[in-house]
Ligand binder design. Structure first.
Ligand code: AMP
Ligand code: MG
Length: 348
């Protein structure tokens, strides 16, 4: 409980207001149950405890449902989920409408990102996941998947291996060696559905923070936004690299500081370039702002796998999307709309 309150306070401090006017005291709730991370719901709207609790229940129910639908490690008695779809690869599997809609959007994101965010990369990601687990169990036994293993796995990663039949209400992974992994897109998509659930209840002036995947709903009552810190990818436990002021937008980062392991003195992080099949090495982190948290999540991973020219051109081509690239040497580049939101270091 103490840890819970400390985390809540830390998260609240990271989300202080950008404006100077007096706003009602924020309310916050945290959860440890979804997407293997800490989730927070904050209200700055001055709503009653009862209204806040009911809104939290709606957000948490949505997150819980998508957590179970997207789980690739466990199945649940009351639904076919992505774990079922992987296990039954080769067969048509009846799926919930929400899951079918999600899979279609995942395919659309593949197209939008020129294949750099590919949810059918599962066979390759599994090799990296196993290597990470082995290193975590025994650092001395750390290894890197071989070129041969990676190339063989990559033969089973075509996006067309995922077939969706909306009429029949089924999906099928055509190749039994292929697998789906929605780690790059699922959390952001679920956060957007939770934001939708809140908006449908009339909630405004709310912030969801699901493992650093931030969704601001509306503004604070005085019309100002929230100051949020972007982690320094080279020193993730240290001071923030920069602060930006956000309102009514999703803010998602991908970085080398998450889920990595070390083998023979080299660090291997979790964002895999679909072309090289190895961790993408152009950036230390990328942060994306977009009006849809699913889009921001898909892009944060995809942009990471493109050189800067392609990455920045894709951002420039998308209405309402902004990004910030932090390079391995610590240098920072931002799209114009992102740069406009950066707060001066000496502002409160
Ligand atoms: P994120 O933190 O949003 O960048 O997502 C990273 C996670 O997405 C990894 O842990 C993998 O599960 C998965 N992933 C890594 N690289 C890719 C990629 N190029 N396309 C799709 N999923 C990926
Ligand atoms: Mg992502």
């Amino acid at each position: 409980m103490k840890r819970c309150i400390a985390l809540l306070l830390a998260a609240l401090i990271c989300l202080s207001g950008c404006g100077k006017q007096k706003n009602p005291e924020p309310k916050g709730k945290s959860y440890f149950t979804y997407f293997d991370t800490v989730s927070y719901v904050f209200s700055y709207a001055g709503d009653s405890d009862k209204a806040f609790d009911a809104n939290c229940a709606a957000a948490s129910e949505t997150l819980g449902r998508y957590h179970r639908l997207f789980d690739i490690y466990h199945e649940y008695a009351d639904m076919n989920n992505l774990c079922t779809l992987n296990r039954l690869a080769g067969e048509s599997v009846p799926l919930e409408d929400e899951l079918l809609a999600f899979l279609q959007e995942a395919k659309d994101m593949y197209t939008l990102t020129n294949g750099q965010m590919n949810v059918m990369l599962g066979s390759v990601l599994r090799l990296w996941h196993e290597a990470r687990e082995a290193a975590s169990a025994d650092p001395a036994a750390a290894y890197v998947p071989s070129d041969e293993q990676l190339r063989e796995a990559a033969r089973h990663t075509g996006i067309d291996l995922l077939e969706i039949d909306p009429e029949a209400g089924t999906a099928r992974i055509r190749d039994p060696e292929a697998a789906i992994d929605v780690g790059a897109f699922g959390k952001g998509y679920a956060v957007e559905r939770a934001a939708e659930a809140l908006r449908a209840r009339g909630a405004d002036g709310y912030v969801l923070n699901i493992g650093g995947n931030i969704r601001a709903i509306g503004t604070r009552p005085d019309g100002s936004g929230w100051s949020t810190g972007i982690r320094d990818p080279l020193e993730p436990e240290g001071a923030f690299a920069l602060h930006i002021c956000i309102a009514d937008v999703a803010c998602v980062s991908s970085g080398v500081y998450e889920r990595y392991f070390t083998a023979a003195g080299t660090r291997y992080h979790h964002i895999i370039d679909p072309d090289s099949l190895y961790p993408a090495d152009c950036y230390a982190s990328i942060t994306v702002l977009a009006g849809d948290s699913g889009l921001a999540d898909a892009l944060s991973t995809a942009l990471f796998c493109m050189d800067y020219e392609e990455s920045s051109a894709l951002v420039a081509s998308l209405e309402g999307v902004e990004a910030c690239w932090i390079f391995p040497d610590g240098s920072v580049r931002s799209s114009p709309g992102f740069a406009a939101l950066i707060e001066e270091a000496n502002e409160p």
